[in-house]
Design a protein around this ligand. Structure first.
Ligand code: ATP
Length: 495
């Protein structure tokens, strides 16, 4: 049985050491979260796997790091100063703030993200929506810019903002990296780091944070030249079926890439690879869909936009965790105009501003999805999580703490700990120790018992089935390697 409410899952995450509200001892601050000792390991391994997977798609995709604070001019050029706002509505009675589109969506069940403040105001009146907290009358609708403004310099001489997305840093680095990469295109710049949005009402746990982590990859290319290259790469994904929901469809369908051939090759290729990441690395297959956004739903500069949505019980259904945006030459053109620096490159006998396709992932939402889909209760409480992502991959126990078993288990632990994220637990009954690892998602438990002392073998217990196998210590590392790398199944080792 999976956990069904956010409160239930939040409470488990808190107790076990995954995630909880920040500044907890002072009562907490909405929209800010801490990762505890297990959450931090999970988040780190997710980010490592993300980088490994997406950077290996092309040897010209690279990682960069850029600052969290951006000068005013950058975000003015990008359009964020003018447009990065949500519609805010306050309650006249209790004073609580709400996102206008969410108030409308809660009543109609349909996306209202595209609506401007006048449309929202009219809808709120038409539908007679009152304050969800106290049923009081709602006030006027106003645009609220979600960026956190900061003063740069000791006297606040210059204005800046905490970056609302990681992307602007990579766009600005386009001309420098174009030269550093010896004018080889297409190229991609990825970055993983924090983004900040002063969300109006962050009430959905880590789903809507004010400081969150993004993992983004921007690929710079010239469609007329590079489409042929991506067309060739479609062969790589030709055999994949992907769960797609096109605009106008009311449910997802598993389709082959041939069935979305109306989209450009660079888009289909990256959409398929994103699904592969979810299927192979996050091991999510059924509860995922790639949903196309209609022209009303997507930003005007996103010419094609699919969101990755995961069906999360704790959040009441399908929720966005990532997106694939074809942004045309919008971003580089804006920065060319704002900075007066050339962003164009020689192409087709003239100069052209490169286009961008952007893969944008919210790290925290993906971590939450793993926990939501993975936590089970029933006969035992356990977390099923892919071996490569688990906070600990292996736990080592002595059956008892005497007769040399403790020392032997420490020896085994020291050996495994250099290769795997390993935990050594010597306290409590063996049943309790298995239960503790089940609760935190450790896929394999290795036990040192009396037979170990006789014949140098140990048992490995698998979390999913709770089955055990006995293997010799000399083979232990190799077997665990094969299991965690998914080269072998646990079943393959069963007698
Ligand atoms: P939403 O519609 O939910 O506000 P968005 O479409 O504005 O999100 P993007 O600007 O496309 O989000 O950001 C890319 C990714 O960053 C999202 O897919 C999501 O995973 C993550 N993200 C965005 N806002 C938040 C937030 N407030 N808290 C946590 N993650 C977020």
């Amino acid at each position: 049985m999976v956990m069904t409410t956010r409160e239930e899952l939040e409470s488990v995450c808190k107790r076990r050491g995954f995630i909880w509200q920040s500044s907890e001892i002072y009562g907490g601050e909405a929209g800010f979260y801490d990762y505890g000792h297990l959450g931090a390991r999970l988040k780190d391994s997710w980010e490592e796997q993300w980088k490994d997977f997406f950077l290996s798609l092309d040897q010209n995709y690279h990682l960069v790091y850029t600052p969290n604070i951006l000068p005013y001019r950058v975000l003015e050029s990008s359009g964020h100063v003018e447009h990065f706002s949500d519609v805010l509505i306050k309650c006249n009675r209790c004073g609580n703030s709400f996102r206008g589109d969410h108030l409308v969506e809660d009543v109609t069940g349909e996306s209202a993200e595209w609506m401007g403040k006048d449309e929202i105001k009219n809808k709120v009146e038409e539908l007679n929506i009152s304050c969800p907290d106290c049923k009081g009358d709602l006030g006027d609708a106003e645009d609220f810019n979600m960026m956190f403004e900061v003063d740069i310099g000791p006297k606040g001489e210059r204005k800046g903002f905490l970056r609302p997305e990681t992307a602007q840093g990579t766009y600005m680095n386009f001309p420098r990296e174009y030269r550093a990469l010896r004018r080889n295109m297409p190229f991609g710049l990825a970055t993983v780091g924090p983004a900040f949005r002063n969300e109006i009402s962050p009430r959905q746990g880590v789903y809507r944070m004010r400081e969150f982590q993004q993992a983004e990859l921007q690929i710079f290319f010239i469609p007329s030249i590079h489409d042929a290259l991506f067309e060739e790469r479609l062969e790589e994904v030709a055999y994949t079926e992907i769960p797609v929901m096109r605009t106008g469809d009311d449910m997802k369908k598993m389709i082959s890439v041939d069935e979305i051939k109306d989209l450009p090759a660079y888009y289909i290729y990256h959409l398929s690879k994103i699904y592969e990441f979810y299927k192979d690395i996050m091991e999510i297959e059924g509860d995922i869909r790639l949903r196309e956004l209609s022209s009303e739903e997507r930003a005007f500069y996103n010419k094609i936009h699919f969101d990755v949505e995961i069906n999360m019980k704790s959040l009441g259904g399908w929720k966005e965790v990532a997106g694939l945006h074809y942004r045309s030459d919008h971003d580089l053109s804006q920065h060319q105009e704002g900075s007066n620096k050339k962003m164009s490159v020689p192409a087709d006998g003239e100069r052209k501003v490169p286009h961008v396709i952007e893969l944008s992932f919210g790290v925290d939402r993906n971590i939450w999805a793993l926990l939501d889909l993975g936590y089970r209760t029933g006969d035992r409480d356990w977390l099923t999580i892919p071996d490569k992502l688990a906070p600990y991959q292996v736990a080592v126990f002595p059956l008892v703490r005497k007769d040399g078993l403790l020392e032997k288990s420490e020896e085994v632990f020291n050996k495994l700990n250099t290769k795997f994220r390993t935990f050594w637990d010597v306290s409590g009954s063996i049943g309790k120790r298995y239960a503790r690892q089940d609760e935190i998602g450790t896929p394999y438990c290795v036990t040192v018992d009396y037979d170990t002392m006789e014949e140098d073998s140990v048992t490995i217990r698998e979390i999913k089935t709770t089955e055990q196998i006995r293997v010799s210590i000399t083979q232990l590392e190799e077997i665990l390697q094969k299991l965690t790398e998914k080269e072998k199944l646990f079943d393959d080792y069963m007698g």
